[in-house]
Design a protein around this ligand. Structure first.
Ligand code: SAH
Length: 356
């Protein structure tokens, strides 16, 4: 069924035309929806007859307003991070949930958005892979996470990172539509520079992304710099090995002149030795990049442990002195399993004691 929240402004103008209305009415509906107003009665600049037409269409199932709603929230009081459980508003009768994380940074509020329910990539250390793959989210369901989080917190979200559950480049069409919706000046009007997409390394999509979104930040999850070692923890490496991945990263920086972020999750005893650091230095030296070191967050089922913070700082310093910009990611949401790699599929609302 047609989902109004997934429509671009052009599609919304056509939709207005199909209702026998002028195209600018579509723009008005678009603006309301993108402000988080989903009740036609509140769209006060529309005529009463149009509002009724819309209400009837919705009731008859001619279209839907998908998106999502907040089903549960956990709050980390130490840093203001909130982990949201969003219930998706699809119309197939299933109750589906994804998680998203709201974080406060010096430069503004950021939402970590999920792009799929579950994930196909199967990275050994990540909770998102544990429940398997269920389905892609549509653009409205990604936008809906942001609108629901804004409504709940009463705060404006001006940055997004597509680093929640799922592999965004395994759902390229919907993710790119989502970025365009966010950017549209009649909607959220978010600058492309405030958006970041993170991939486990789907090479053809990196080239496409450089072409389509040269201003959006790109992050690549590396985690290891030998093919054997990387394939052991990230199965995608068998399809797109390191040489190909790093060549794509170079094409990206050549084309966009933008610094690429390499995420490197530090797993104790697996990828944090001096030899590993030397490999990073050898393979990334001279690239227009930044290495983001993330001490692994514990996921019980995986059996891996994170490196200590002090080891992470040591590695960052070693890389810096070799001329490779590196930082240790500030950990937010660790208290509530809302940190990187801890988002997992939940198939029913846990109905915790937390009330909204
Ligand atoms: N599928 C995309 C988006 C996920 S982003 C990607 O792989 O890039 C989430 C980031 O957290 C990725 O870099 C991922 O590898 C990393 N990550 C996964 N599990 C983690 C864990 N347990 N601790 C720390 N980081 C983890």
């Amino acid at each position: 069924m047609r989902d109004l929240l997934s429509m671009t402004i052009e599609e919304m103008k056509q939709f207005a035309g199909q209702l026998g209305e002028k195209p600018f009415r579509g723009k008005q509906i678009y603006a309301w929806l993108n402000r988080g107003v989903c009740d036609f009665d509140e769209m006060t600049d529309l005529s009463l007859s149009l509002r009724q037409k819309l209400e009837n269409g919705l009731r008859n199932g001619d279209f839907t307003i998908g998106g999502c709603r907040v089903a549960d929230v956990q709050k980390d009081d130490t840093d203001g991070t909130r982990k949201f459980l969003f219930e998706l508003g699809q119309d197939d009768g299933d109750r589906d949930f994804v998680e998203g994380v709201f974080m406060k940074y010096r430069y503004g509020n950021t939402l970590c958005v999920s792009s799929q329910i579950g994930c196909r990539m199967g990275c050994r250390f990540c909770a998102s892979a544990l429940g398997g793959f269920v389905r892609n989210l549509n653009a409205g369901e990604m936008l809906g996470q942001l609108l629901a989080a804004e409504k709940y917190t009463g705060e404006e979200i001006n940055h997004i990172v597509v680093m929640g559950m799922g592999e965004p480049f395994d759902n390229y069409e919907n993710v790119s539509k989502f970025l365009r919706l966010l950017h549209d000046e009649a909607g959220k009007n978010m600058s492309y520079r405030n958006m970041t997409v993170s991939t486990s390394g789907i090479v053809p999509m990196i080239d496409r992304f450089a072409e389509d979104f040269p201003q959006v930040n790109l992050a690549i999850s590396l985690h290891r710099l030998t093919d054997e070692g990387r394939s052991a923890i990230m199965p995608i490496n068998r399809k797109y090995p390191l040489d190909e991945l790093l060549a794509a990263a170079r094409r990206y920086t050549d084309k966009t002149h933008r610094r690429i972020t390499f995420e490197y999750t530090l797993i104790r005893g697996e990828n944090d030795s001096d030899e590993d650091v030397e490999l990073i230095r050898k393979r990334l030296g001279g690239m227009l990049c930044h290495v983001n070191l993330i001490p692994l967050n514990k996921v019980e089922e995986t059996g891996f442990d994170g490196s200590t913070r002090s080891r992470a700082e040591e590695i960052a310093a070693a890389l810096e002195s070799a001329g490779i910009p590196a930082t240790v990611r500030r950990e937010l949401g660790g208290e509530i399993d809302g940190a990187c790699g801890q988002l997992r599929r939940i198939s029913s609302c846990p109905n915790t004691s937390f009330s909204l």
